[in-house]
Design a binder for this molecule. Structure first.
Ligand code: SF4
Ligand code: SF4
Length: 314
């Protein structure tokens, strides 16, 4: 049976396309955006996470100690809990952990938990059909997102195809960093592409995100040329892509595609990814900056409006 690796399904979403939507989040992404607000989506396999706020501490609980076949769980240093009381938390050595899940199974408080579940298309459809009345009342539908949902092409295709059978509006939230043939296959079943454009400079894109941007830009043009609808999303990241010069490059690129664009959304950088990154217990530091000011966001919006594009600050 066809399954996808999901890390979440969220109902009542109003961020991922028109109306009230149910968003299906797939795990795994070929990009490595340092500001990623869903770092748990980046790796393809199921992963161990730890949520500090749920942990009872080793003195009160300690059920995760001594269950790890790799001896990856040890006692961390003395710390303080949310009330400022002393507590000792477990520490997981992620260089040794192989995500077997034994410690998560032992953790009754679900502080340790596994992120990533193999889910069938039927299970997803069952949930979507339950939510369908909300879609009909609000002009909403289903958004399939990630990670990069098109890196699980058969599963994503089948969810989209089944949604169209059920007359459910569909949106694909994509980085665009996939072969054109993959997009071409889902195009007839996709009412809207939520299409991320993170950076117009390919060398910078590669340096910061790990891959170049030519394929992403080419696919964006091809979607427009092949009758697809686009909602362009520009994460506006301080010191990366927020300059006037950079936004002129966005404007020049998008102006010829404007008949295919429903809206260009500017997404101001935020720090929501920081706490999720901590849950993954990785040593690498996450990018942290102050969010762009309202004045800067408004200036960039006005700049793109000058190119005749429909623009919103999200
Ligand atoms: S998930 Fe990792 S830390 Fe937990 S028991 Fe398995 S190997 Fe050990
Ligand atoms: S089993 Fe869970 S709640 Fe108990 S100490 Fe370990 S992580 Fe914390």
């Amino acid at each position: 049976m066809l399954t996808g690796k999901l890390y979440d399904i969220q109902g009542f979403s109003v961020q991922d396309g028109p109306g009230i939507r149910t968003t299906v989040f797939l795990k795994g992404c070929p990009l490595r955006c340092p500001w990623c607000h869903s770092p748990e989506s980046q790796e393809f396999p199921t992963e161990l996470n730890w949520m500090k706020i749920r942990c009872l501490g080793l003195d009160a609980c300690g059920a995760c100690l001594n269950v790890c076949p790799k001896n990856a769980v040890s006692a961390g240093p003395e710390s303080t809990d949310a009330k400022g009381d002393p507590i000792r938390y477990p520490e997981v050595d992620k260089t040794v952990c192989d995500d077997c899940g034994a410690c998560a199974k032992a953790c009754k408080a679900t502080a340790l938990y596994m992120c990533g579940t193999d889910t069938t298309v039927d299970e997803v459809m069952h949930r979507l059909l339950r939510d369908k009345p909300f879609f009909e009342d609000s002009g909403g539908g289903m958004t399939i997102s990630g990670g990069e949902c098109l890196c699980q092409p058969d599963f994503t295709f089948e969810v989209l195809r089944r949604c169209k059978e059920e007359d459910i509006h569909t949106a694909v939230d994509t980085t665009g960093f996939v072969r054109w043939e993959v997009i071409q296959r889902v195009l007839p079943y996709t009412d809207l592409f939520l299409y991320d454009l993170k950076c117009m400079d390919s060398a910078l894109h590669r340096q910061v995100i790990g891959v170049p941007n030519e394929l992403i830009l080419e696919n964006c043009v091809k979607i427009a040329e092949n009758g697809g609808r686009l909602q362009i999303r520009i994460p506006t990241i301080p010191m990366f892509n927020d300059s006037r010069e950079h936004f002129d490059r966005y404007g020049e690129f998008l102006r010829p595609l404007k008949d295919a664009i429903d809206v260009v959304q500017l997404l101001p950088y935020h720090k929501l990814g920081v706490s999720k990154h901590e849950r993954l217990m990785k040593k690498e530091k996450i990018f942290v900056a102050e969010p762009p000011s309202d004045a800067l966001m408004e200036a960039r919006r006005d700049q793109l409006l000058g190119y005749g594009l429909p623009v919103q600050i999200h």
